[in-house]
Design a protein around this ligand. Structure first.
Ligand code: FAD
Length: 510
């Protein structure tokens, strides 16, 4: 390899070379590259056939003329200055110049000039080689213009694009994607979206990208502040040609995953508003029914005690006063019948079918319908959703009722005269195959010894104690268990009550 900046070694003499001089001349003359040899002032001493073809000047006609005859005089002077600086330092120069053919037609020449140095280290000649790259330049420009055009269109589109390579790296994205990333405060929204819509994508994107494709799947991204964003995502495989040298003779390509993401939040918000109104009515109705159900059940439960007392009295009276025992027994039977009738009219919970649902959506709905109560109790809400949560199977109304009951309990615990700190945190977090939901309040909390009892039916510690144990925890536990989850009570960081509900992503509700 020639050493950079070092003067070239002089040619081997004809005597030293096994190549006959005429073969050398013929090779240069017939080469498919415009070759010229000049003196030290760029006056042409030799030009080959290809030179004549490119420039339009005959090989004889051009002899004696300076290379500047090819100049169109529009190449920036700095280019020539650099060219001559390099040659003066006996270094080769290569670059592009705008040339003019003999007939006046312009062409772009890709030129390489090497100084020819004699045995005394003096530059005696220059060897120039050039080719017409006008068409190549035109095609390059065309490609560059098209690329710019595509990039401008892609950037102007109100849709986010992200292209992932087989390793899952984002290798192309548009401005809308960058905006989305900043807005959601997620480094790579594409990854979060794939996690939510094709959870197995990380394992299979390199080997089986076709299994990561889908069309117009919708997902929501929850943010601690602001409304959730609804995104419709289409994922498709595109073939990307490799630019490695070894792919020159075979069209080796690698598949890329193209995500096209459109924001459908405003449309969904409208639908959500309508749905929230319906939901509010449904929840209010279900709450009313549940209250009737609970108070009737509690009444029946409490009536069992005097009934049992009456039963014992009948046993005692039977020997001493059979007549009274008989009358009492009749009264007891009649009462039992009435109780049974009452039991039958207890309104049942609606039968719900199990559907795939997003727990963040459930929690958000609960906050929405609880807003008036939260505001009137002066409770500050800290909503910390996991950006995306995998769907779980569940009964939407039951789960909404469950979390509404937990939020209601928290409000009730803090909405006590003189209670200053009123904060409610609602947190969802995904941990592998589990989704944990924490309802944390800054109320007085639940003493350790009541935590197990709190799940017993009809247990209440509200009267007199001043400590909070909400109603419906036994119902809450039932709903959680029906969904294959667990519920636990603990202390919140602010000293209040922490209710932690955990569901398995692959849970199978009964
Ligand atoms: P010029 O008056 O020639 O000079 C322009 C600039 O070059 C000035 O800054 C001047 O100081 C400097 N310069 C000119 N000659 C010399 C020199 N001998 N030593 C040091 N500095 C000098 N030009 C093309 O436009 N197209 C070609 O295809 C082309 N092929 C060339 C092939 C070879 C082998 C060589 C040696 C030169 C080639 N040139 C080519 C360069 C050409 O010789 C002219 O320098 C150039 O065309 C500018 O010409 P000009 O008449 O506009 O200006």
């Amino acid at each position: 390899m020639p050493v950079a900046n070092a003067p070239r070694k002089p040619f081997a003499t004809a005597a030293e070379s096994p190549l006959p001089p005429e073969a050398f001349l013929q090779a240069v003359d017939q080469a498919d590259l415009a070759i010229s040899i000049t003196d030290a002032k760029a006056n042409i001493l030799f030009a080959n056939q290809a030179f004549a073809e490119v420039t339009g000047y005959g090989t004889e006609e051009i002899i004696g003329k300076n290379e500047s005859v090819l100049s169109n005089h529009t190449t920036p002077p700095e280019t020539y200055q650099e060219l001559w600086r390099e040659l003066a330092a006996q270094r080769p120069w290569s670059g592009k110049l705008l040339n003019r053919r003999k007939d006046g037609e312009l062409y772009l020449a890709e030129l390489s000039i090497s100084p020819v140095v004699d045995a005394d280290g003096k530059t005696t000649h220059f060897l120039g080689m050039h080719r017409d790259v006008t068409e190549l330049h035109r095609l390059e420009r065309l490609v560059r213009n098209q690329k710019q055009l595509i990039e401008s269109v892609v950037d102007a589109a109100p849709i986010a694009f992200a292209l992932l390579d087989p390793a899952g790296r984002i290798i192309f994205s548009n401005q809308e994607y960058t905006k989305l990333s900043a807005d959601l405060r997620i480094a790579e929204p594409a990854h979060a979206l794939l996690d939510s819509l094709a959870p197995q994508w990380r394992e299979i994107v390199a080997s089986d990208p076709a299994h990561c494709t889908f069309t117009s799947h919708e997902t929501r991204i929850d943010r601690p502040a602001g409304r959730p964003r609804w995104l419709s995502v289409t994922s498709s495989v595109i073939d990307m040609q490799s630019d490695c040298a070894d792919s020159y003779f075979c069209a080796a390509g690698q598949p890329g995953l193209l995500l096209v993401i459109s924001d459908i939040s405003s449309l969904r918000e409208e639908q959500e508003r309508a749905r929230a109104a319906v939901l509010q009515a449904v929840l209010a109705e279900e709450e009313r029914t549940a209250a009737i159900r609970e108070s009737l059940s509690a009444t029946l439960f409490r009536l069992e005690e005097p009934m049992n007392v009456m039963n014992s009295a009948i046993s005692v009276l039977q020997r001493r006063d059979p007549l009274s025992a008989g009358m009492l027994s009749e009264a007891l039977n009649a009462s039992r019948e009435h109780m049974e009738t009452l039991r039958q009219v207890i309104p049942q919970s609606p039968q719900e079918i199990v559907v795939s649902l997003n727990i963040n959506e459930v929690l958000r709905d609960v906050l929405e319908v609880s807003t008036p109560r939260l505001l009137s109790a002066g409770v500050v809400v800290d909503w910390q959703p996991a950006a995306t949560v995998p769907s779980i199977l569940g009964r939407p109304l039951q789960l909404r009722m469950l979390f509404k009951a937990l939020v209601d309990n928290a409000i009730e615990a803090m909405n006590v005269k003189g209670w200053k700190r009123r904060e409610l945190s609602l947190i969802s977090a995904v941990d592998g195959k589990r989704i944990a939901i924490s309802v944390l309040d800054s109320g007085p909390g639940i003493p350790e010894e009541w935590r197990l009892k709190a799940f017993e039916p009809f247990f209440t510690a509200k009267n007199g104690s001043g400590k909070h144990i909400g109603t419906g925890l036994s119902r809450a536990q039932q709903v959680v268990a029906d969904h294959g989850g667990i519920i636990d009570l603990g202390d919140s960081p602010s000293g209040g009550c922490a209710v932690i509900v955990e569901f398995r992503v692959d849970g199978d509700p009964i």
